[in-house]
Design a protein around this ligand. Structure first.
Ligand code: ZN
Length: 383
């Protein structure tokens, strides 16, 4: 998932760089990483941090560059496969979230009754004030120390309890920012994984559970439940019954399709089945761990519909495209070549079916539908 952040940052940078393609070509060492190109009325171009960009723009120095030619710029900057990465289509309204102040680095907002979410625009998580200490869930490194600032913005309570949604370091790689004497909680399988990783940034939990665990602190309650490896072995549903908020990381991406390959799901049938498991909960706000905004029940239903379309189109392609007839065309001397052409043909047919139906409904459809078609069509052949 680190790639995702880098990717988003790249797009943020590159999407501002169209007119400057010549500048980049002329001064090719000057790549504007993690910063923003802005241009003034005299054509002077600067690569500056987001905070500086904001203040320069506010003072009328110039404007951010638009993204009309971004593939050309990207191609000149990175080793990419243009045929696979067709630049990003304009984003549908559903993919938009609240504005994050990038100079500050995060946004913190109360959802309700002492439950807050924190986001940096790419990653998000939640914490709960209880009157007797804060319960913090996850600690994505992209938010890092800003998580503590966000908490101290709304409460003076110390963090007393910490919950792992799962083991992946892009969501929990800063768990060591919390006090040493905080109680760390995870599913047993996550704890087993963390013991093997031996990562000082991801302390081994002090409390573990197998199926269910109810955490009550002060006047607040969270219900933790393991419903199978819907993303990885040990990832849990985190439910706040009083607030009607459900958190499950790396499965549902409100307003967007998931990252490549079902967001790196370990088990395709479990990932698909997760949609119905989520819909069994009584919630009205969903926290998915990624991207621009909070979710709703409808977002889960929409993603479920997207994957039903992928399943249908992948099954159709699997029925219609014949491995043997490809082999007869290209010969069987290199079986991997036959497999490669076969898998690519099935995947491409599925993507061709699905992309036009969804391009105006969810963000990222043009970028990762191919990868989801690959994963689902291969699962239909082997699982
Ligand atoms: Zn993950």
């Amino acid at each position: 998932m680190k790639f995702l952040l880098c990717y988003i940052l790249s797009i943020l940078i590159i999407s501002t760089a169209s007119v400057s393609a010549d500048v980049i070509a002329a001064e090719h060492d000057q790549i504007c990483i993690n910063k923003i190109w802005i241009e003034n009325s005299k054509g002077k171009i600067a690569c500056v941090s987001s905070g500086t960009a904001a203040s320069l723009i506010e003072r009328g120095w110039g404007t951010m560059l638009d993204n009309s030619d971004n593939l050309h710029v990207i191609s000149s900057m990175f080793e990419i496969h243009p045929e696979k990465m067709k630049t990003s289509s304009p984003l549908p309204e559903s993919a938009m979230g609240p504005q994050v102040d990038y100079a500050k680095g995060y946004l913190v907002e109360e959802i309700r009754d002492g439950l807050y979410w924190v986001t940096d625009g790419a990653y998000n998580t939640m914490f709960l004030t209880t009157g007797q200490g804060v319960i913090a869930v996850d600690a994505p490194p992209s938010i890092g120390e800003n998580y503590l600032k966000a908490i101290s913005e709304v409460t003076e309570e110390p963090v007393t309890h910490v919950i792992y949604s799962h083991s992946h370091s892009d969501h929990v790689g800063s768990m060591n920012i919390f006090p040493d004497d905080a109680v760390y909680i995870s599913n047993q399988k996550t704890s087993d994984t963390l013991s093997k990783r031996n990562d000082p940034n991801r302390p081994v939990p002090t409390i573990t559970f197998e199926d269910k665990f109810t955490l009550e602190v002060g006047n607040q309650k969270l219900e933790l439940e393991y419903n199978g490896a819907v993303h990885e072995s040990g990832n849990i549903f985190i439910y706040a019954p009083n607030q009607k908020v459900l958190m499950l990381v790396d499965v549902i991406f409100p307003g967007w399709i998931p990252f490549k390959d079902l967001a790196m799901a370990q088990d395709v049938p479990e990932f698909i089945a997760a949609h119905d498991k989520i819909l069994e909960y009584e919630f009205d706000t969903f926290i998915g761990g990624h991207l621009t905004r909070l979710g709703t029940v409808e977002d889960v239903e929409i993603q479920k519909e997207y994957f039903l379309d992928i399943q249908t189109s992948a099954a159709k392609a699997n029925r219609e495209i014949s491995f043997m007839s490809i082999g007869q065309e290209v010969g069987f001397a290199n079986p991997w070549l036959v497999f490669q052409i076969y898998a690519d043909s099935v995947t491409q047919q599925c993507a061709n079916d699905v992309v036009p139906k969804w391009i105006d409904r969810l963000g990222g459809v043009d970028l990762f539908t191919y990868d989801h078609c690959w994963k689902v069509s291969e699962s239909q052949r082997i699982d």
